[in-house]
Structures are given as C-alpha cells and as structure tokens.
Design a protein around this ligand. Structure first.
Ligand code: GTP
Length: 361
C-alpha cells in the first residue's frame, strides 16, 4: 500500500469516528430534549437536566441550574417534589444582581477554568466541576432567568473558542421548559388560596375589595383596609434561611387571622405583605385593631428550630372609606389602596413597628 492511500485510509477512519461521535451526541441531545419537553413537573425537569446531561454526554461530570428566585417559589417546589438527593442539591437560587453580573450582553456562554468564587456560587455541592466549566445563560422572552452550569474534571473539555451552538440550543430548550413548568405549577395553585400560609391570596382580596367598595358605595358603612408588612424580613431569610422565613410568614398569617369576623378579609398580598379588609369598621376601631395586631406580633414568640426566639415586628398602613363621602375620585378602591400603601411607607420611614393611619385632608 503506498503512502497516499495509507494517509487517505487514516483520514477516512478519523472522519468515520467523528461522524459516529457526532451522531451519538446528537442522538443524546435529542433524547434529553424530548425528556425535558415531556417532564411532568419542575422537580422532574431539574432532575432530567442535572442528572440526564452528565449521563448522556461523555466528559460532563456535573450539572447545576441557577435561577433568580426571590420569593423562593422554585426552591419550594423543587424541595417539595424532588428526590432528596437530586434536584434540590443541583438547584441554586441566585440573587438577581449576582445573576446579572455573570453575563454581559449579548448573553453568551462562559467557558474555561472555574475560579473559586464561581465554584462556590454555582457548584458548591459538586467538587467534580474542578477542570473546566460551561456557564450558559438561560434566557426566556428576552429576559435572563438563570444559568445552566456544566462542569468537567477535564480542564480541556470546555475551552474558550469552541463551538457553543449546541450548548446554547440546550440552554434555550431548558429555559423554555423551566418557564413552562413554573407557569404550569402557578396555574395549578392559582385558585384563591395562598399555598404557603393557607390564607386567601391577592386575587381573592382584589375580588373582595371590588365587592366591598360596591357595598360601601351603596352607603353600607365605613370600610377599613390595612397593609401589614414584616420588618426587615430579608434579614430573617439571609440569617436563618428561607424555610425559617416561611415559618415566620405562616405564624404571622395565623396571628393576624386569630379574631377576625366572618365578613373580614385577610389575604397574603405577596412576599412578606398581608392585607386586611374590615367592612363596617370605623377609623377609630380600625386603628385599635391594627395596634392590637402589631402588638400581638411584637410580643409573640417566634421560635425557630435552633431554639432561638426571633424578634419579629410589623409595620401597618391603614386607611378608611367613610360612608357618604364622594371625594375619593373615580375609583375609590384604587384611592383606598394608594392611601394604605402610602401610610405603610410612612410607617417604615418613621422607624417601623408602628401603625400609621392615612390622614385625609
Ligand atoms: N421565606 C420567604 N421569603 C420571602 C417570601 N416572599 C418574599 N420573601 C422575602 O422577603 C424579603 C423582603 O425584603 P425587603 O423587601 O427588602 O423588605 P424587608 O427586609 O422586610 O425590609 P422592610 O420591609 O423595609 O422592613 C426578600 O428577602 C424576599 O426574598 C416567601 O414566600 N418566603
């Protein structure tokens, strides 16, 4: 056999191997894609991404998913639904600013060695991401929602300059599936009850506010509204974790609901804010109730698993629609809520742990 045909044969073998490798990668990629699209829940999806990718693609030793999750919505869903040792370990709730700081526009994957800070942030449970990493932005409807983080022991697996179209495609499908699963979970819960505290949710409150304002317009009596916001709640989460934060929110909901009348409404307005609507209550009665609630929370024991008793306080903004008054503008409900919100803001500004009643001139 002459020299030229030997070289040709080697090239042929190399190309055939490359073709087979590419086919394997594409087939694995399609399998992952189909599994992600068909996943029944968010915990399942995170498992497919974080366990399925390393199983399917040689050289990838671990995968994590980081997402901005300010209200711990995803964290809670994943913890509640996943196997204890899988998705929950590989999902990272990342502060919005930190996520934004990971990438610059146009959002492109970051490839190469991993530094200590990035490792601690994205791979803290995964020592195998020691050689090289690919951190790919998860973008949905033009918004950066997280990052898909793949790690390898091999320092040469992810090197700057390699083609990233497959990584980007995988991240685009993952982002779409994550977004769909969250929306699906929200739809399931989107009744009128807040799943964390068991009390009514904002949608229910808004419905009841419209009904009560209609009754008030028929001269049914005064209508008091108050907005209750936990003071420095971020510190509770930051210091003791969101599960302790969740416990505090549940206890506050229960303290606020202790002696309400049947016609009163208590709802979780969102995050660490609760709202109360008290039909047939005068401003004087409303202020007394608000003060009683504030004091009850200040003097309640909030004992967390470490045995520590947390000091929890709330600020309350309160306002009232008086019967027979028609100077509240075209939409009294909007007027009422604006007053309540402004009063709460004043209560925070004045030092927190207090009730401020909107003064109507
Ligand atoms: N654990 C838990 N935390 C939540 C939930 N919803 C919102 N939060 C957290 O509530 C905190 C609200 O923080 P901020 O808006 O800064 O307010 P704050 O720390 O209470 O400070 P002030 O309101 O100014 O007294 C954030 O850290 C949110 O992540 C939830 O459902 N569970």
């Amino acid at each position: 056999m002459d020299q030229a045909s030997t070289t040709q044969e080697r090239e042929w073998i190399r190309l055939s191997k490359q073709l087979r490798d590419n086919e394997r990668i594409w087939s694995g990629f399609r399998q992952i894609e189909v599994r992600m699209i068909g996943s029944p829940s968010l915990p399942d999806l995170i498992d497919i991404i974080t366990l399925g990718i390393p199983e399917t693609f040689p050289g990838i030793d671990c995968v994590t998913v980081a997402c901005a999750d300010p209200e711990y919505e995803m964290t809670r869903l994943i913890e509640a639904g996943g196997a204890p040792d899988s998705g929950a370990r590989s999902f990272v709730a990342i502060p919005r600013e930190t996520l934004d700081g990971l990438f610059t526009r146009p959002w492109r994957p970051r490839l190469g060695p991993v530094d200590e800070r990035l490792h601690a942030l994205l791979f803290s449970n995964h020592p195998c991401a020691s050689g090289s990493v690919a951190v790919t932005p998860l973008v949905r409807r033009g918004e950066l929602i997280g990052s898909l983080n793949q790690g390898s022991r091999d320092p040469r697996h992810f090197i700057p300059g390699i083609a990233t179209d497959l990584l980007e495609h995988l991240a685009a499908v993952a982002a779409m599936c994550i977004d769909n699963s969250i929306n699906h979970e929200r739809l399931k819960l989107d009744g009128l009850t807040d799943p964390l505290t068991g009390i009514s949710n904002r949608r229910f409150f808004e419905r009841r506010l419209a009904e009560e304002v209609e009754r008030w317009a028929r001269r049914a009596g005064p209508l008091v509204c108050m907005l209750v916001d936990v003071d420095f709640f971020k510190q509770v989460n930051d210091q003791y974790g969101h599960q302790v934060g969740d416990r505090v929110l549940r206890q506050i909901a229960s303290l606020l609901g202790q002696d309400l009348r049947g016609s009163d409404v208590l709802a979780r307005y969102g995050g660490e804010e609760f709202v109360l609507l008290l039909p047939g209550t005068t401003p004087v009665q409303g202020a007394a109730i608000a003060e009683r609630l504030r004091s009850r929370i200040e003097h309640s024991a909030f004992v967390i698993p470490e045995g520590i008793d947390l000091d929890v306080t709330v600020s309350i903004g309160m306002a009232c629609l008086q019967p027979g008054v028609d100077s509240y503008g075209p939409d009294p409900a909007v007027w009422l809520f604006k007053q309540v919100d402004a009063a709460l803001y004043q209560a925070k500004e004045a030092g927190r742990n207090r009730v401020i009643q909107a003064v109507v001139s």
